[in-house]
Design a protein. Sequence first.
Lengths: 566, 143
Amino acid sequence: MIDRASGLGPDVSPEYRELVERWEAKADRTAPRSGKGSGAIDRTISDVPLKTVYGPADVAHLDLARDLGVPGEYPYTRGIHPTMYRSRLWTMRQFAGFGNAKQTNERYHFLLSQGQMGLSVAFDMPTLMGYDSDSPKSLGEVGKCGVAIDSVRDMETLFDGIDLGAITTSMTINGPAAIALAQYIVTAENKGIPRAKLGGTLQADILKEYIAQKEWIFPPRPHVRIIVDMMEFCTKQMPKWNTISVSGYHIREAGSTAAQELAFTLADGFAYVEEAVARGMDVDEFAPRLSYFFNSHIDFFEEIAKFRAARRIYARHMREKYGAKDPRSWQLRFHTQTAGCSATAQQPENNIVRVAFEAMAAALGGTQSLHTNSMDEVLALPSEKSVEIALRTQQVLAYETNVTNVVDPLGGAYFVEALTDEMERQVEEYFAQIAGYGGMVEAVEAGFPQREIADASYRYQRSIESGERVIVGVNAFERPDETQQAGLLKIGAEIERGQARSVQSVRENRDGAAVEASLAALKRACAGTDNVMPYLIDCVKAVATEGEIVDAMVSVYGRYTENTQF
Amino acid sequence: MSSTHAPATPLRVVVAKAGLDGHDRGAKVIARALRDAGMEVIYTGLFQAPEQIVQTAIQEDADGIGLSILSGAHMTLFPLVVEQLKEQGADDIVFFGGGTIPADDAAELKRIGVREIFTPGAPLSEIIAFVERECGKRRESAG
């Protein structure tokens, strides 16, 4: 059964009508191909049904002013800047962090010397979960998938020799985000750079932790309160700082569809907006500094449609529903990372190619910054060589392919516009379901997005298993003689021992009474309604460790435990 | 999925996440696939200590434990589970695992007693067949 581009309106010429009818007759007689991967030609990787070809009828309902506009104007479907990459390329920002602060600092100097434009910190699991490196909970995890930061001393080492007043830094941390921000502020101020001059982004999106990434500390409500404290603090004191990077990346990595990624991420973002407004903040005071973070998966056009739809949906809700008046509040700015979950351990060099396509989708979708994954990240931490190839991929894309010369080059394409619409339709459907729970925090507490993602992830895995979908090197074109490459970067146990000794030495060489006093004040702030940020800064100045600060907060809020579903 | 070792009562398998690793997509997919294949699956949830995992397996009278680690802590946490199984006299439980585990680490883990390591891209059918076969053998030898 072939879907048709029919439904032609009365205004098409008889010649065109005849052409379409002739094509339909031929297409009806042509059997679809069989064999590898042919089971999925009629839908995207997210199971959005596809037609054989798209035509004018598929975009006939579009109102150019209402739905597309022009680049740099509401609803920003075509991009948030009038001239996009012609005036400024996206920021090439590679996420990096491993071992201890000294090793990661060396990698940062290498990346900056190779033309990278901003820093992006990957923290290790104990840091992300609020444990010091010498905690029994940290056993085996220190420095493994990011850098270990226990106190402001480590943060100072991490940025040694880097001008924090000149560079922007993105920090991927959520549960203890407010603590990391306090450490960054104190590190900069110790070097004489005032907080008002600091530019960068904190991920600080806790709702998606409960949904997907699972790096939480406290229950949802106190966590959201701390984030709103941060928003308020940054609005008043850090005009160049992006307070939250609302993230769909992890939702997608957990197995969601493209529409789920978009719906749950935007719903998370709107939940923060609602909380901040409820706190008495004006939406235009903080919204211009919210940013978003999306995945770029392997289904090329679906991803481009997703990015375009994201901007349009966001602009519409921010203006119509939340009453924002400042155009900067309507603009969805986003960072993109290529899909880790599309990479394969088999024939890892193939990942270079996947990353290149995914990066191009991000550029065609109008991203503001981009991380390209390294080919070996599915096996271990990336080696310096593979990180360099990943960065070069972005440079080839930006400087050689010329896709940057024309703004929104796929705007008006029948298929892309139809898919952009379909994304918006599916997202609005999810918004209605979320509203049925009473809001996103309630939906997350009820496990709704978690269930939707687990179901989608299982369906996807089954489609690989059945051969309906092909993954090169995994269920087709395998190399039985394949052996794994040598030279993977490993973090030895000596890093953990060294880091544990280092945090113990930090605790021995500070004013213990000042630490106790700062932690006691923090607890009172947590139990009351004062903004916690100044108290956190005091703790960090007293060189309290991250684990100590988190323990103090846990004594007020408790630790979250998940009601698991599979 | 059929097996020549199909036992009279369903096989029982604990699917576990250890340490501080929150990546649970793989563990949940495996848990669901084993359940769909007719087994009784107990999923521990996140952040379990090695001793908790072994305790759960013993209390649940499990035939197998599948441990998923994607945070890089596998060379610490897998050996601790092996050790706990021995200490509790439960090392007849079929202990296997998966995650982002380089080949040389997987070889070392198998040397110390982890029965199999599945890495990204391993077919579900292969994992199910392994669990049915090895846990089935354990049932038989236990009489």
